[in-house]
Design a binder for this molecule. Structure first.
Ligand SMILES: [Cu+2]
Length: 312
């Protein structure tokens, strides 16, 4: 990152960024000119027509047709220009080229997950440069909003419905992603990165991120732990995040919110992942996403084997 943007916007890095910026600065400079003109006129009138003696009366004002027509016609023209121009750019941003590379995006409290056509999952967005990419997005819980300032794209992400955006990155670099819809206590931490690769580096990344066939369950679990975003809430070193750490979890006995206690074995872990609200760990909020209910047997086994390995 560390790019040389302006005070208003980071340096653009997508094919449409220039068009969005041109429109933005058009509106911006018109606003500056009008602002300065209005303030200057106000100050001038304040001085010119100030009350000089207690008996001063304001002069009688007469209407001016020319003036009235001017201040109706000029703003109307400006608004029409901004509308037509804005609508054109809006359409370009809204309609992805048909050959765009498609990535599924899932928003959840409070992380993003990206699913690639070949089954790779990632908690950071990797994209190729010089190729249109379309994101098909949905949320498993509440409203989120996906925003990449450097690409000038932003779109709400909703439960029960798909929304989409597209962009074409123009240089290989790392860019910030924000959630811009207030979605709960950890909203400000719902961050991730876009990593734009050269085409060949992207292919390599895609190949290497697949789960190798000869990986042990615990190794596959380790990959899933990051790819599914568990690491956002569960540490491996004992640190307390939104959820309890996995360190030393397996085989321990701990209290539940309802006052009972539980021994952590495979079946308890299985239930905790598939149905997080069935048993709530004492001292924690019921905020683990229910979206893992769809994991396959294989993925569950892998995650459990991985958690089992996390002994201090
Ligand atoms: Cu959010």
């Amino acid at each position: 990152m560390g790019d040389k943007g302006t005070f208003w916007l980071p340096e653009g890095a997508s094919t449409l960024a220039g068009e969005v910026d041109a429109l933005f600065y058009f509106v911006y400079w018109i606003s500056v000119v009008i602002f300065v003109a209005v303030i200057a006129a106000m100050v001038y009138f304040m001085i010119r027509y100030r009350r000089r003696t207690p008996h001063d009366r304001p002069p009688v004002v007469h209407e001016s047709k020319v003036l009235e027509v001017t201040w109706i016609v000029v703003p109307t023209i400006l608004v029409l220009i901004v509308f037509t121009w804005g609508f054109k750019v809006f359409l370009k941003l809204g309609v992805a080229p048909p050959d765009a590379y498609e990535i599924q995006v899932v928003g959840q409290k409070w992380s993003w997950q990206f699913n690639y056509p070949n089954g790779v999952r990632s908690s950071e967005l990797h994209v190729p440069v010089d190729r249109p990419v379309r994101l098909q997005m949905s949320s498993v819980d509440v409203l989120h909003s996906f925003y990449i300032p450097a690409f000038r794209v932003k779109q709400d992400v909703l439960p029960n419905r798909y929304t989409s955006i597209w962009f074409e990155a123009t240089r290989a670099d790392t860019f910030q992603v924000y959630c811009t819809e207030y979605c709960g206590t950890q909203h400000s931490g719902m961050l991730t990165k876009v990593i734009a690769h050269e085409q060949s580096a992207f292919e390599t990344w895609l190949q290497e991120s697949g789960i190798p066939d000869d990986a042990s369950p615990a190794q596959r679990g380790a990959l899933l732990y990051t790819q599914l975003g568990c690491q956002a809430c569960h540490s491996l070193d004992g640190t307390r995040l939104t959820g309890p750490s996995f360190q030393g979890l397996y085989g321990s006995t701990h209290g539940l919110a309802d006052g009972s206690s539980v021994e952590v074995d495979d079946n308890y872990l299985r239930e905790s992942i598939l149905e997080p609200s069935a048993k709530i760990v004492e001292g924690y909020a019921n905020v683990m996403p229910a979206s893992y209910g769809g994991l396959t047997e294989d993925e569950l086994t892998a995650l459990i084997a991985f958690i089992e390995e996390q002994q201090p």
